[in-house]
Each structure stands twice: as structure tokens, then as C-alpha cells.
Ligand binder design. Structure first.
Ligand SMILES: Cc1cc2nc3c(=O)[nH]c(=O)nc-3n(C[C@H](O)[C@H](O)[C@H](O)COP(=O)(O)OP(=O)(O)OC[C@H]3O[C@@H](n4cnc5c(N)ncnc54)[C@H](O)[C@@H]3O)c2cc1C
Length: 421
């Protein structure tokens, strides 16, 4: 069937595109480089422990998408309660609203600077560093989000712009900050009140129903696209003609593998930044080691930015009587990446200290690297992204998904981008 649309990548965006084409009576074929589907929504298993590829919950309010996810798999609803680890103290999230556990002198500095924070109209703010100071005051900004930005985004905040923030970060007022400095607050300030997660099958099982009947070809890494011949070439030496090509591949990869990309498009792709990172996965032989659904770490000498518990997301993610954590360690795409063994050792050593477990509690430990995690909103990102997207469109390629649209898309938004196509 030569006129079937070809979709590159079997992540949630590619699956959604194929599923919605199928619903319209048009079949498509998906080519995926890995030997399984799911992309970043996928998982791996070791000795009965299941680990997603980074923390994943769904919190869409879109009735249609929620219905599809729920049809695939019944979901737990976890309250969005998370924690922050900062220099030996555990603060409920967001830290600025829950300063109570900090030493009095530090709380005074934070609140003083919060009251005297720079006053600026949002429209005047030039970068994320300024934004953080205006929101929080200098002391808190420097000790909490500046450090976290480097750990999570691989960037100094002054290198980042601010449109991506939206409603993702809560902006506290003085009464909230003062209350939280005296006593830990029950009120939840997170951008969503519940985090949903499949009861069985890991995060990707939200897609089980959509995958039925789809034609997915595995171990098909695309290594070259010829727009002139309308042909995609695979690492195994085979190739296929296309009439319609839909890609979920990261824009910088598309530019590398597409024949004769103009220099300005190559330059625009060169200017894009993203994070890559390690997942450090730990399975414990005890049920009570993992205590937090997820938490953030602000200390510079502890590699992970964030740690979450697969077994608290769903007990089905661990063998009976066991629990698990997965830590996320990120870098900018152009950083020199430290060797896996070094990151694993340092992460495990530090987590033992802060989470109170021992070598004898660890049943499984694993580290693996993900080349694309988050799109980074460095200055110029929108202009550079547009140059690449316009070029792909001009040669008849539709680009969707988190790295195809080059945007901060949650899984349901990546699903939506496949639906729109
Ligand atoms: C740290 C982190 C935490 C996250 N947490 C959440 C969360 O809690 N909730 C939420 O909703 N979302 C979360 N997300 C976002 C979510 O993972 C993405 O929005 C979604 O998975 C993107 O799907 P996609 O299909 O666009 O891309 P991908 O999942 O990256 O799919 C692309 C596919 O293309 C394949 N591919 C790549 N190159 C080639 C090639 N050359 N040839 C063939 N195939 C190729 C890949 O193997 C992959 O399967 C998180 C993401 C990260 C990084």
C-alpha cells in the first residue's frame, strides 16, 4: 500500500497520529528505532521492578483524552503532594510556601528579601533569572531555583526566556509565605490537584487501547530522508517511499538526516538546546524505603534534580514486599556528560545519606541514558524552531510531538498534536 502515511516514531504522538488516522478509516505505518513502543512514555523491567522512563503521571482535564487513557487502564488518583530536600531539611512543595523546617535566621533572610524583591512589570522582565528574583526575592532565588535550574534545565537562569513558565510555577503572596514559615501548610499550591497513574502496566498502558490494530515496525531506525525521492532510508539497509510523512523525531535529528538542508536551517537547529539525562533506578527489598511519591533536591553536590517512587505510583511496579525509587540527573545537550558508573555511584551514595537506606536494602540498581528529555527555552528558541519547522513544512514533512514541535509538551499534549494531524 504505497499511499499509506508513514509515521516516524512510536511514542505517544506517533501512536496518537496513527490511531486517529485509523479512526478516519486511513491506515498508517509507524517506523520505530527501538524494539518496543511508547518512547518516553515507555518502561523497562528488571527482576520484577518496573521503571518508567522518568517520572510520569497524567493530569489532563480534556474529557476526550482522559476517556481514552481511562479506557485503556483504570487509574489511581494521587494527591499532588511532593517535597523538597534542601541542606538536610525536608520542605513540602513549593518550598517558598513551606519554609517552616528551615533555621530561623535563614527564614528571616528569605522573607526580608521577599518583601524587598525587585518590582517589575512582567512585560519588562528579560530572562528567567530576573523573573525568579521578582517572584521570590534575591536570597530564595539564589539558593533554590537558581541551583535547581542548573540541575534540571542544564542552564543558568539568565540564559533562559520566560514564556514557557505559564501557570507551571506558583507565585506566592506575603501572607502565604508567612503562614508557611510558622507551620507546614495543608493547602496544595501545585498546578494540578491530582496526578493519575495506571493501576497496572506502567505509564504507557494509558495507550493500550489506541495501539490495538496499529501497524508498528520495530528496529527501524531512520537514517536518511530524501525529500527529492520522497523516500526514507533505515539503518538495516531497507527504504520506503512515502506520499505523506509525519515525524515525531527531534528537530536537530531531522536536520541531520534530511538531504540538502539549507545552511540557515542547519544553523537554526545548531542553536537549539535541550536536556539529556540519566535515570538511576533502585529496587529495594523492603516495602517502606520509598516514602515520597516524588521530591526535588536543591543541593549542588547531589546529582539528581528529582527523585520519584515507581512503587508508590502503583504497587504493581514492584514485587510484593518491595519498593523503588528512580532518580533523574540532567545535563545540557552540549555538556560533557560524566560516565554512567560515576553518576550511579555518586547518586546512590548521596541517596543513602538522605533517604536512610543501606547497600543491603538494594535489590536492583540500574542506570541508563536518555539523549532527549526536555526542550530548553534558551533565548532565540522560538525563532530557531520556526526556521526548522517552516523548512520541514516546505518539503512536505509534518512534525509533531514534544521534540517534533519543539515545545514543553506533557504526554497528553503530545497526544493532542498527533490527534490534530
Ligand atoms: C523527565 C520527564 C518527565 C516527564 N513527566 C511527565 C509527566 O509526569 N506527565 C506527562 O504527561 N508528561 C511527562 N513528560 C513528557 C512526556 O514524556 C512527553 O510529552 C511524551 O512522551 C512525548 O512523546 P513523543 O511521542 O512526542 O516523543 P517520544 O516519546 O520521544 O517519541 C519519539 C519516538 O521516536 C523514536 N525515534 C527517535 N529517533 C528515531 C529514528 N531515527 N528512527 C525511528 N524512530 C526514532 C523514539 O525511539 C521514540 O519512540 C515527561 C518528560 C520528561 C523528559
Amino acid at each position: 500500500m504505497p499511499n499509506r502515511p508513514i509515521i516516524l516514531g512510536a511514542g505517544i504522538a506517533g501512536i496518537s497520529a496513527a490511531y486517529h488516522l485509523q479512526k478516519k478509516g486511513k491506515s498508517a505505518v509507524i517506523y520505530e528505532k527501538d524494539n518496543d513502543w511508547g518512547g518516553l512514555c515507555g518502561y523497562f523491567s528488571i527482576e520484577g521492578f518496573r521503571f518508567d522512563r522518568f517520572v510520569h503521571f497524567t493530569f489532563t482535564n480534556d474529557a476526550y483524552i482522559k476517556g481514552i487513557f481511562e479506557k485503556s487502564s483504570p487509574l489511581y488518583e494521587h494527591p499532588s503532594i511532593s517535597y523538597n530536600y534542601y541542606h538536610g531539611a525536608w520542605l513540602k512543595h513549593p518550598a517558598m510556601n513551606n519554609l517552616a523546617p528551615l533555621p530561623t535566621d535563614e527564614k528571616v533572610k528569605i522573607i526580608e528579601d521577599f518583601i524587598n524583591r525587585p518590582q517589575k512589570d512582567i512585560a519588562e522582565i528579560k530572562n528567567y533569572e530576573e523573573w525568579l528574583k521578582v517572584q521570590n526575592g534575591n536570597y530564595f532565588a539564589k539558593h533554590f531555583p537558581f541551583v535547581y535550574t542548573k540541575k534540571y534545565w542544564g542552564q543558568k537562569p539568565k540564559n533562559m526566556e520566560t514564556k514557557w513558565i505559564g501557570k507551571r510555577i506558583h507565585s506566592p503572596d506575603l501572607a502565604e509565605v508567612l503562614k508557611g514559615a510558622f507551620e507546614t501548610q495543608d493547602k496544595n499550591f501545585y498546578y494540578t490537584s491530582v496526578m493519575r497513574y495506571p493501576k497496572v502496566g506502567g505509564f504507557r498502558s494509558i495507550l493500550d487501547d489506541c495501539c490495538k490494530g496499529l501497524d508498528i515496525r520495530f528496529n527501524k531506525k531512520v537514517v536518511r530522508i530524501s525529500p527529492a525521492e520522497k523516500r526514507v532510508y533505515f539503518a538495516d539497509g531497507s527504504s520506503e517511499n512515502y506520499e505523506r510523512l509525519i515525524s515525531t523525531l527531534p528537530l536537530p535529528e531531522m536536520v541531520k538526516i534530511t538531504d540538502n538542508c539549507p545552511e540557515n536551517v542547519q544553523q537554526a537547529a545548531e542553536n537549539l538546546h535541550w536536556t539529556c539525562g540519566y535515570q538511576v533506578s533502585l529496587g529495594f527489598n523492603k516495602p517502606d524505603i520509598a516514602k515520597y511519591l516524588w521530591f526535588y533536591i536543591y543541593d549542588e553536590d547531589i546529582p539528581p534534580a528529582r527523585v520519584y517512587s515507581p512503587s508508590l505510583k502503583s504497587p504493581e511496579n514492584a514485587p510484593e514486599g518491595c519498593s523503588s525509587y528512580q532518580a533523574e540527573v540532567f545535563f545540557d545537550c552540549r555538556d560533557k556528560i560524566p560516565p554512567a558508573e560515576e553518576v550511579l555511584t555518586k547518586t546512590v551514595t548521596k541517596l543513602k545519606e538522605i533517604c536512610g537506606f543501606d547497600d543491603k536494602d538494594i535489590k536492583v540498581q540500574d542506570i541508563r541514558f536518555e539523549p532527549y528529555a526536555n526542550v530548553t527555552f534558551t533565548h532565540g528558541v522560538y525563532e530557531n524552531r520556526q526556521i526548522v519547522l517552516d523548512y520541514l513544512k516546505s518539503i512536505g514533512i509534518d512534525s509533531i510531538g514534544r521534540f517534533g514541535k519543539w515545545d514543553y509538551l506533557w504526554s497528553h499534549q503530545a497526544f493532542e498534536s498527533g490527534m490534530e494531524i
